[in-house]
Design a protein around this ligand. Structure first.
Ligand SMILES: Nc1ncnc2c1ncn2[C@@H]1O[C@H](COP(=O)(O)OP(=O)(O)OP(=O)(O)O)[C@@H](O)[C@H]1O
Ligand SMILES: [Mg+2]
Length: 590
């Protein structure tokens, strides 16, 4: 229940809409509650008294209240829709913001499909609850209390019988709700799994076909779908069984009114007494009994809505409250005046519980130095790189950038200062220009000409200008999802240009030339060595040729730095470097 209440705060900006909506809805309920009394008046004084004028007036009054009630409901509905949609809008924005604050570690723990469901279908469920559930609940309570009050005012004895039947019904409802709530939570979880399977299949659509695994995937989807169906059916069955039963209780209430009320009317006809029931009152009483019964049925529906909404709210609040593993220090230090040096002091790191990916690494890279980082696959190069811009946090030891511990540094400045080009080039859908200009920081957007020059220079350095020119759309050539439409090497160069455009103080390139042919790679590297003199650059690769011209080369093996030096020194002294060199030269000779 609490998460749902928390989300209700998002209605804050719309509280006037909501207040008016509630007021109109209560007024509309009042017009409905007046109607049985009008009917009583028409029957007893109009029909019974043989007065045509009262009959006419009564009918007009009934028509008037019905019209007013309709208009009030309409306005109330429009107002609450606005408030509900406004709330959903606010929640969606905040979930998105919260997800964007996630660190790499947080992201590793969630799957895309599940995050999508939370931001769309869960938000929608909560929004629907405000509109249909919450308002309906208020209206039901008002209607129930109102009609009971009217009944007590007319005939307390008969009203007490009614109260007993209604109380039993309501009790049954709460029992039912407590059974359904956990089931509905399960429904959402299984829907998550179903969505994840779907999402993975869409993302890996080509992989599935390449390995002809369609039937396997269909099986997997079907079993998830089956699991979902099972709980969904269970919820369906329980609801389906509950309604006829409750409806039956409603009928019983009507029978009771007719029987006891009927007796009273008969007795009244025999010996007229002041506190007995007239025919008009019996009809009115019957109507009140029905008016009190539908809120009970509606309450059942609202409780179901509420169970669903509170399950969704729990899942939404989980995301809103998930604290990023990596948060900014309370008094972050500025990196504006620092140099571009990097230092690791005795750093160890492991993903979860497994083997440490990095153990006791200590290194210093001076400001403006170009360092190569080489090592076999899985040796920990990418992991080491990810610790520098603080994508992940060292378990032990410290990472310093410009002499400041990254845990104390302002995150925005840290990521402005360092650009790490990831091993898998991630492109967004949009044009080539959109993708490269993504690297421009906000303050450069206003100076168009300067921005354009930066873009041009970046693609020159990344050797991307030739293929961009050859595309029919040139710079505006659209790139599909995840860079579809470009070759692997083209994608890498777009990603590289995007980083260069930002002109960071520290540039870390994680194997970004792996898909280029040797000649293009050599040209790109030569550009970088020549142009990035003031910046600190780390070039990660498995290939000797890529790093051999660096000022200094570090060799990694099993999460440790096992050697540092120039190409020559390492060839002479370092066994692992020599082995890598020999295998690669061997390949060349083939
Ligand atoms: N997100 C992750 N979760 C769990 N383990 C990971 C994760 N990323 C990497 N690892 C593990 O950490 C170790 C180091 O991986 P890393 O990616 O740093 O190697 P690498 O030197 O960059 O290799 P490559 O040259 O193939 O890119 C590996 O054993 C890998 O399985
Ligand atoms: Mg790697």
């Amino acid at each position: 229940m609490k998460p749902l209440l928390r989300l209700f705060f998002y209605l804050g900006p719309y509280r006037r809409n909501l207040a008016f909506s509630i007021a109109f809805m209560l007024l509309a309920t009042a017009t409905t509650l007046v109607q049985p009394r009008l009917v009583e008046w028409v029957i007893d004084s109009g029909v019974g008294g043989g007065d045509g004028r009262i009959l006419g007036l009564g009918i007009l009054a009934l028509l008037g209240t019905a019209t007013a009630g309709g208009l009030l409901h309409l306005t109330s509905g429009i107002l609450v829709s606005y408030a509900g949609q406004g709330m959903a809008y606010g929640i969606r924005n905040d979930i998105f913001r919260s997800i964007l604050d996630f660190s790499f570690g947080n992201l590793d723990r969630h799957r895309t499909g599940e995050l999508i469901v939370r931001n769309t279908s869960d938000v929608n469920t909560v929004q629907m609850f405000v509109r249909m559930g919450f308002m309906l609940m208020l209206q039901s309570v008002a209607m129930l209390v109102g009609s009971l009050a009217m009944m007590f005012a007319m005939n307390p004895g008969l009203a007490r019988t009614m109260l007993f039947i209604f109380a039993t019904t309501i009790l049954l409802f709460f029992l039912l709700a407590s059974v359904i709530r956990p089931l509905i939570m399960r429904v959402r979880e299984r829907l998550d799994e179903l969505n994840n399977t779907l999402q993975e299949n869409l993302a890996g659509a080509k992989l599935v076909r390449a390995f002809a695994r369609q039937s396997h995937e269909i099986e997997r989807f079907e079993s998830r779908n089956q699991a979902y169906l099972e709980v969904a059916l269970k919820v369906g069955y329980i609801t389906a069984m509950a309604f006829p039963f409750l409806f039956f209780l409603g009928q019983i209430a009507l029978v009771a009114v007719t029987y006891y009320g009927g007796l009273m009317v008969v007795r009244q006809a025999e010996t007229p007494l002041p506190d007995q029931l007239t025919l008009g009152q019996l009809v009115a009483f019957n109507e009140y009994a029905m008016l009190a019964m539908w809120p009970i049925l509606a309450l059942g529906m609202t409780l179901q809505f509420m169970a669903r909404a509170s399950a969704s709210a729990t899942r939404i609040v989980e995301i809103l409250e998930e604290t990023p593993d990596i948060a900014e220090a309370s008094h972050p230090q500025s990196l504006a005046e620092t140099d571009h040096s990097i230092e690791l002091r005795n750093v160890s790191f492991s993903f979860g519980h497994g083997e440490p990916a990095l153990s006791k690494i200590s290194l210093r890279i001076a400001s403006g130095e170009t360092v190569g980082l080489i090592g076999r696959t899985g040796s920990g190069k990418s992991t080491l790189a990810a610790l520098i811009p603080r994508y992940y946090e060292a378990d032990r030891g410290a990472v310093l950038v410009g002499g400041i511990d990254v845990r104390q540094a302002s995150l925005a400045e840290l990521r402005q200062k360092i650009v790490l080009v990831l091993q898998e080039s991630l492109l967004l859908s949009g044009s080539i220009r959109d993708n490269i200009a993504y690297g421009l920081s906000g303050d450069n957007h206003d100076r168009q000409a300067a921005a354009e020059r930066r873009l041009q220079r970046a693609v020159e350095l990344a050797k991307a200008s030739d293929f961009i020119r050859e595309k029919s759309g040139g710079w505006d050539e659209p790139i599909g999802e995840r860079g579809a439409g470009l070759s692997g090497g083209q994608r890498q160069r777009v990603a590289l240009a995007r980083a260069l455009v930002r002109n960071p103080d520290i540039l870390i390139l994680d194997d970004v030339t792996s898909s280029l042919d040797a000649a293009t790679e050599r040209a790109v590297m030569a550009n970088l060595y020549r142009e990035l003199r003031d910046q600190t650059v780390i070039i990660i690769s498995q290939k000797i040729n890529t790093v051999s011209q660096a000022d200094r080369i570090m060799v990694m093996e099993d999460g440790r730095i096992v050697g540092t030096g120039s190409h020559r020194e390492l060839l002479a002294e370092n066994r692992i470097y020599r082995e890598i060199h020999e295998t690669q030269n061997g390949e060349l000779r083939l």
